[in-house]
Design a protein around this ligand. Structure first.
Ligand code: PEP
Ligand code: MN
Length: 449
């Protein structure tokens, strides 16, 4: 912290600042200038003298290090990966789409939505149980019974569930039934609630307050971290500005700004961020493009009749189209299918029309290229870890793969052709490993004198 004295401040005023600093167990370094004197304050908790600006002769107090120690990238260079069940969020992991209704309205509404969003590639299910509505007369949510419905939806679909907790006394009950506790925008400044979720064993999705600055938002995260919960995911959901054409102004620059300030994962909620269905898709893509670790999207089986936030909820088809687009642009991948078992999409599931089918084929081809390159890159990584003298491939596993290919799947490619394809894939990965070894040998040779 730097204390800048006013021009003409007296020696007595400078000494008083020094005395107060030292009385708090901190050190003061006085630097006398021709016009002004500045005092550097150092110590483990300079916030104790945050009131120095009130002393006579002090012009301003400038903070040098961030007030949010635990959330700051200054103090933890490794990005935080938040694990939700078997899913990783943040730290460069694949972008995660969380989808579901604004509010849980009924068993049928929730389960239909859960099945649909899972089918389309969402990795978590959302659903509000307590809705902090602007009007006390609006639907307030089904309350605690909805938690059981969420648990049932998780049980059936395998999707971890996210729900907003509004009351500190509910945290224990939420811990039991949901996988991620959401703190909503209206509660970002509810410090009692922040401390309570800080004591939860579940990760917390912390929405940005309606009028919160980035620093206030990070300090809210700091409340949770300092209460002992390291698993915080931030979520930009739009802020209130003078603009009335959209429900909120989705501040997408918050994503790269947060990247430069904190190691915590950051998601984007284009539903609350825009408030209008037709804007959700474009802003979801923009959020993905700017590097969000995840998207939070409201989806409802019948948006016009939703009990809350119908205007901004996507119908099933719209959500499917958005997921297709996110896949086409490689922001998300299809969830890997069951171990060793290959399932083939039934042609009936593919929308009619030759163009649509061709579009899907192009989409698949693009993904196959990406997957093959990813496979080869992983093979090279195995080789790197085994060192130049070790074998990067494991013949037993390769044989097993070829055997599975030979058994074939229930699709149109016969087993012999599948075996040939996988044989080529294995050869390509092995040559990538060999090139890697040769390149490291020649790099070594040029380094030797
Ligand atoms: C919500 O996600 O349902 C919600 C109420 O969001 P926010 O707190 O961002 O308004
Ligand atoms: Mn909502």
């Amino acid at each position: 912290m730097i204390v800048v004295m006013r021009p003409g401040a007296t020696q007595q005023q400078v000494s008083e600042v020094q005395r107060v600093v030292e009385a708090h167990g901190l050190e003061a370094f006085v630097s006398l200038g021709d016009e002004r004197t500045v005092i550097g304050v150092v110590g483990s908790d300079v916030e104790r003298v945050a009131h120095l600006g009130t002393l006579p002769g002090v012009d301003q107090v400038i903070r040098v290090s961030s007030p949010y120690k635990l959330a700051s990238l200054q103090d933890q260079a490794d990005r935080t990966r938040v694990r939700v069940d078997s899913l990783d969020v943040g730290a460069g992991h694949q972008m995660v789409v969380i989808a579901g209704p604004c509010a849980v309205e009924s068993r049928e509404q929730l389960l239909d939505t859960a099945r649909w969003v899972r089918r389309e590639g969402a990795r978590m299910l959302r659903g509000g149980t307590f809705k902090p509505r602007t009007s006390p007369y609006a639907f307030q949510g089904l309350g605690l019974p909805a938690l059981r419905l969420l648990a049932e939806a998780r049980q059936e679909t395998g999707l971890p569930v996210v729900s907003e907790v509004v009351d500190p006394s509910h945290v224990e009950e939420f811990d039991e039934h949901v996988d991620v506790l959401q703190v909503g925008a209206r509660n970002m400044h509810n410090f009692v609630l922040l401390r309570a979720v800080g004591q939860s064993r579940r990760p917390v999705l912390l929405k940005r307050g309606l009028s919160a600055t980035i620093e206030e938002w990070l300090l809210a995260a700091e409340y949770i971290l300092s209460a002992g919960n390291p698993n915080v995911i931030l979520c930009e959901r739009g802020i209130r500005t003078f603009e009335t054409a959209t429900r909120n102004t989705l501040d997408l620059s918050a994503v790269p700004v947060m990247r430069s300030k904190t190691h915590l994962p950051i998601m984007v909620d284009p539903s609350h961020g825009t408030g209008q269905r037709h804007l959700v898709g474009p802003m979801a893509l923009a959020g993905a493009a700017v590097g969000a670790d995840g998207l939070l999207i409201e989806v409802h089986p019948d948006p016009p009749n939703a009990r809350s936030d119908g205007d901004q909820s996507l119908g099933f088809d719209e959500f499917g189209q958005l997921m297709d687009e996110l896949r086409r642009l490689h922001f998300v991948r299809r969830e890997s299918e069951g171990e060793g078992e290959v399932t083939v999409a039934a042609p009936m599931e593919i929308a009619a029309g030759v163009d649509e089918v061709r579009h899907r084929i192009d989409d698949l081809d693009a993904r196959l290229i990406g997957l093959l390159q990813e496979r080869a890159a992983l093979a090279v990584e195995v080789q790197r870890r085994r060192g130049p003298d070790g074998h990067g491939h494991d013949v037993r596993r390769e044989r097993e793969l070829l055997r599975r290919a030979a058994e074939g799947a229930n699709g149109p490619i016969p087993p012999s052709e599948l075996t040939a394809i996988f044989g080529a894939v294995l050869r390509a990965s092995r040559s990538a490993q060999r090139r890697f070894v040769q390149d490291s040998h020649s790099a070594d040779a040029t380094r030797k004198p």
